[in-house]
Design a protein. Structure first.
Length: 466
């Protein structure tokens, strides 16, 4: 791995890998790893037939084959499979350059493909929980690509001697342990946050199903709702059934509106999915506008092309005095009657059942299918009273606010793509703030793995598990 930089901060030294803390060493992977090769037929600690058969993935590490593929795909005869134990690192030599290298954390023992090398750390020098994230950093991936060879791109492999010769930065063992502890602790927090977002999204889908079928009554009282049979199934007795075209209109540019020199443009990539309601935009000049469709503040922009429509892309044009234009791959829609509330219309267009029904009627070639405007016009929808519409929109909006808050927190910490320079020192104050917020991002991980930390002042006295 190489990261040359001629500017060295105090407390750092210049090395062939770039600036590193003065007390860090440069070692080869062969200095910190030894290969272990125990086959299932030789394993005596447990019955090998009862060991989990694991699959190595680049994103999720070592996981059960049955979880990844829905079934076990290993051969009936597993005697030649390799045994891996907790704390050992496994890599796939054919796709290691994609990041297919991970430590086993989830199980005490497991079985992996015979083609995967299994590595044991020399504990007197290193801990696998520091080496694990280090071996998936961009510089490590560059090193794998440099050594990988093969005629077919997807089957380029790295030879064991080349892998073991790769050089890495190595801090003192106590600092390795604290860095590993920090990264593991905050990663667990991020995973928990992701579960909260997923659960909230699923709750929203379930709530939509209930609200658009039974109204705002509690779930426990759904059976008491008087329903009537309609062309779209059962709906509450007091609700109307109308075609969307009866209550919406597609915005058209008025003849008396001139396109100014500066336009607020909404491309497809700025159209939100999920909890965010208002779309972002960018200001461009009239000359930069190659194509677009006129839209106005308050319009609901509904994506009409695959896969954006199926993915739920839609947003509301924000309030502004600007003249707006959007990608031609959206329908600008607004209520044309007081019978329907804009917020209710927004959530109705987001309703998964509507999306699924309309998606079956898209036209065009594979990959470029679009929703025909008449399909939207003719689609039948349930229309409750304005009071019920407001209640439905308010309930779904409350969930959206929760999801959006969690997503912003998640994105701001995970999706930071600008890595700092290797000599940007990590102050104690920043580390303390990191611990307080308990968040993980690539920026933070990079700094920890290349700059280290003042573990004596940062680490809580309770200690860490490594």
């Amino acid at each position: 791995m190489s990261n040359q930089n001629n500017d060295v901060t105090e407390g750092f030294k210049m090395t062939e890998l770039g600036p590193l803390p003065e007390d860090w060493d440069i070692v080869s992977l062969g200095d910190v790893f030894r290969e272990v090769d125990i086959r299932a037929s030789e394993f005596r600690d447990q019955d090998p037939d009862k060991l989990p058969v694991l699959s190595l993935t680049k994103n999720y590490g070592l996981m059960l084959q049955s979880e990844r593929f829905g079934k076990r795909i290993a051969l009936e005869d597993i005697s030649n499979y390799k045994v891996v134990k907790r704390g050992e690192i496994v890599y796939n030599p054919y796709v290691i350059w994609e990041g297919a290298i991970h430590v086993l954390e989830r199980f005490d023992y497991g079985l992996v493909s015979p083609v995967y090398p299994v590595l044991e750390t020399k504990t007197e020098r290193s801990t696998p929980y520091f080496l694990d994230p280090l071996l998936r950093t961009p510089l490590a991936i560059l090193a794998y690509n440099r050594f990988a060879s093969g005629a077919v791109n997807r089957r380029r492999s790295i030879r064991k001697p080349d892998f073991m010769a790769i050089q890495i930065p190595l801090p003192p063992l106590p600092e390795q342990k604290v860095i590993a502890w920090v990264l593991t602790t905050v990663q667990k927090s991020v995973e928990a946050q992701d579960k909260i977002i997923t659960a909230a999204r699923e709750l929203k889908k379930s709530l939509m199903l209930h609200l658009f079928n039974f109204g705002t009554v509690p779930v426990t009282e759904a059976e008491k709702v008087q329903l009537k049979e309609t062309e779209i199934g059962l709906v509450p007795e007091q609700w109307e059934l109308v075609k969307l075209g009866e209550v919406i209109t597609f915005t058209k540019k008025p003849s008396n509106v001139d396109i100014p020199e500066c336009i607020s443009f909404i491309p497809m990539e700025l159209l939100p999915v999920g909890a965010s309601r208002f779309t972002n935009y960018k200001n461009i000049t009239k000359d930069e506008l190659r194509s677009g469709i006129y839209c106005e503040s308050g319009d609901i922009l509904l994506a009409k092309i695959t896969p954006c429509f199926e993915n739920g892309k839609q947003g509301i044009v924000p309030a502004s005095e600007n003249v707006f234009s959007a990608t031609t791959e959206v329908f600008p829609i607004k209520p044309k009657t007081s019978r329907i509330k804009q917020d209710y219309l927004f959530y109705l267009l987001e309703y998964p059942k509507l999306r699924q029904d309309v998606a079956t009627k898209m036209e065009g070639t594979t990959g470029r299918k679009r929703v025909p405007k008449p399909i939207i016009d003719q689609y039948l929808i349930p229309l409750p009273s304005l009071e019920i519409q407001e209640q439905i929109a308010r309930m779904l909006s409350a969930i959206d606010e929760k999801i959006e808050a969690e997503e912003k927190r998640f994105v701001s910490t995970i999706n930071i793509t600008t890595a700092p320079t290797a000599n940007s020192a990590f102050s104690t104050a920043r580390l303390s703030q990191l611990w307080k917020t308990v968040t993980l991002c690539r920026h933070v991980q990079w700094e920890l793995l290349t700059c280290g930390l003042c573990y004596a002042t940062f680490c809580p006295t309770a200690g860490h598990p490594y």
